[in-house]
Design a protein. Structure first.
Length: 113
């Protein structure tokens, strides 16, 4: 069965960096994979996506600061987050669509001084 496991969240100060990981099982390693986030009291929003060809796209709010990448052999998708801002604080989720939505359990990212 499909399983997505996120890790790498934490508490950082503004301007610092974090790298999130999404380890997948039960799917092809080249499956289009996305990161979403949900801040308290807000709807879940798209952050970044890497498609099967390797092309990427980003939300405007993170473009130039976040980078999505993957290691096919390890079935892991990464989200490198640089120049973090307090408004990046959220639970970050890994997502794939295979006839239906699959989500990981999420990892908390808190950006605060």
């Amino acid at each position: 069965q499909v399983q997505l496991v996120e890790s790498g969240g934490g508490l950082v100060q503004p301007g610092e960096s974090l790298r999130l990981s999404c380890l997948a099982s039960g799917i092809a390693s080249s499956t289009t994979t996305a990161w979403y986030r949900q801040a308290p009291g807000k709807q879940r929003e798209f952050v970044a996506r890497i498609i099967s060809s390797g092309s990427t796209n980003y939300a405007d709010s993170v473009k130039g600061r976040f980078t999505i990448s993957r290691k096919l052999r390890e079935k892991t998708v990464y989200l490198q987050m640089d120049s973090l801002k307090p408004e990046d604080t959220a639970v970050y989720y890994c997502h794939v669509y295979l006839g239906r939505d699959y989500w990981g359990q999420g990892t908390q990212v808190t950006v605060s001084s």
